[in-house]
Design a binder for this molecule. Sequence first.
Ligand SMILES: *[C@@H]1O[C@H](CO)[C@@H](O)[C@H](O)[C@H]1NC(C)=O
Ligand SMILES: *[C@@H]1O[C@H](CO)[C@@H](O)[C@H](O)[C@H]1NC(C)=O
Length: 711
Amino acid sequence: MPERLAEMLLDLWTPLIILWITLPPCIYMAPTNQSQVLMSGSPLELNRLGEEQRILNRSKRGWVWNQMFVLEEFSGPEPILVGRLHTDLDPGSKKIKYILSGDGAGTIFQINDVTGDIHAIKRLDREEKAEYTLTAQAVDWETSKPLEPPSEFIIKVQDINDNAPEFLNGPYHATVPEMSILGTSVTNVTATDADDPVYGNSAKLVYSILEGQPYFSIEPETAVIKTALPNMDREAKEEYLVVIQAKDMGGHSGGLSGTTTLTVTLTDVNDNPPKFAQSLYHFSVPEDVVLGTAIGRVKANDQDIGENAQSSYDIIDGDGTALFEITSDAQAQDGIIRLRKPLDFETKKSYTLKVEAANVHIDPRFSGRGPFKDTATVKIVVEDADEPPVFSSPTYLLEVHENAALNSVIGQVTARDPDITSSPIRFSIDRHTDLERQFNINADDGKITLATPLDRELSVWHNITIIATEIRNHSQISRVPVAIKVLDVNDNAPEFASEYEAFLCENGKPGQVIQTVSAMDKDDPKSGHYFLYSLLPEMVNNPNFTIKKNEDNSLSILAKHNGFNRQKQEVYLLPIVISDSGNPPLSSTSTLTIRVCGCSNDGVVQSCNVEAYVLPIGLSMGALIAILACIILLLVIVVLFVTLRRHKNEPLIIKDDEDVRENIIRYDDEGGGEEDTEAFDIATLQNPDGINGFLPHNRRGLLGGISQDAV
Ligand SMILES: *[C@@H]1O[C@H](CO)[C@@H](O)[C@H](O)[C@H]1NC(C)=O
Ligand SMILES: *[C@@H]1O[C@H](CO)[C@@H](O)[C@H](O)[C@H]1NC(C)=O
């Protein structure tokens, strides 16, 4: 019965195993939570104690009944006691054995199976593993039968401050504009601490500046770095090294610390005006320099950098503003003075310019510091250059009548040396432009004369080039084009515009126009052509034809009567005198041939004299008939000859039999073969009696002969 009661009690209490934890002595050394004392008792009791602990301790830390704590990094001579398992189950006569399993059981944590004491036999590192989950069980010592179900609990490793803060992203670089106001935020840095951030101050960091004061400051909590001085000047010092420290334990002594470096670079702002290196520049330039040539460079220095140092250059005053220009070279940050218009030493020998350099990007914050520009004076001296002669005109146009006398003066060119030491000039004609040597020039005065006669009807323009050379320096040469126009003179008589051939109808009416002719004249009078036509004086009273001038300068020939007859007269020749309107006028006589023809009723020419039609071909009908007759006669002779020859041929081959054989033998003897061409006389081929016959030909002849023999 007492056994039954014990069993009942056991059953009742089995789930209520009590972990009776003996506080390890080392906990007293830990700086915090020393007061966690757990007494043996009912689980309810333990829980209540836990609640109280929670209230006593920092709110973050919960205290659960099935937790044990062990300090990390403990290294005493003995293994550290973590706690004790205890069940207040009355085992009666049975001996209880405690068994531990789970994370690190046997390797890190060892249990005394009799007393239930758990020891850590290895040094623990919270930062490596912060808690271990283990299972405890009480079993019968003898039978190893579990006296209760296994119970899980946790061993937590308690933090100590064994990790220093670290700046994982350092060293740092940051920039801040120069001239910033005090307290301008530069950057912020962050350090990390591996220690437990929720337990104690081991991970509570405070930042401070070790180096870099008084220029920069740091906010202890947020690590925001700010400027601590106003108006730091990049031009004075551009780069600062700041050493930052992070210290744990809230910055208190005894805490661990880590440092990093921050390099702060001041960025440029436009706080400096440009300044010319010289207030006066001297340049010299030859007067004949090509337009656009760079004459010199001026530079205004600027302590700023980049676009803050950029200046644009201008010519703002001076006596050469029209002749010179200045362009800004953004690369070299200087100004280039160039020539815009031609210089002339003989006119002006020096110029003065006032140039200005002005910053392009102005920062209004500093406009109070004065104008961000500077000026300088530029003196330009023009140097004399030996210049080639200059003609009085860029081109010349001369006119000359085509009948001008040889050596007569056509015109004159003049040139001068623009240099102070004015050299005399010599003139010549570029003979490449006057291949026919039509003209001459007086080398001294430039007068152009006629060398050979002109003919406007051959060439109206003679465009030549005149060369002017300085006597003192033959390399100073200029050229000028001279166009010489040949003016017309009436030196050509008019004549018929083409070869006219007129036809006259036998049945024509009196007064009928037989032909209209026009005239042409090679000359080119300014007022145009006007021709006069007339019959020869002795023909003025021609009974057969008359002439009539038309409005358009042409001439009509009219029949005077209708009594023309081919039988009586086939052809009439009518000389016509044509004269032009020149002064003096020129005239010529052209003869018009008029043929009499038979015409239809409506005046269409049907037949003139036969010869008149055949003649244009060049042969008369009679001649043609004669040629035809000759051809026929020739054909007849040829046919006759061939027929006769055929009849004679038959006895010829037979009679020649012996000769042929002889030829064959001769051929074999000589062995000349086909290549022995010299052995054959082609001429004898035509002659059957020839001694040296052409072999193939003769052989054919032989065969022919044999076959004929057989017949
Ligand atoms: C010569 O020059 C004149 C005037 O410049 C021009 O009209 C003419 O065409 C030129 N003749 C030749 C053949 O170049
Ligand atoms: C005019 O024609 C007639 C014949 O028709 C001829 O005899 C005479 O010579 C001609 N006169 C002239 C001037 O041709």
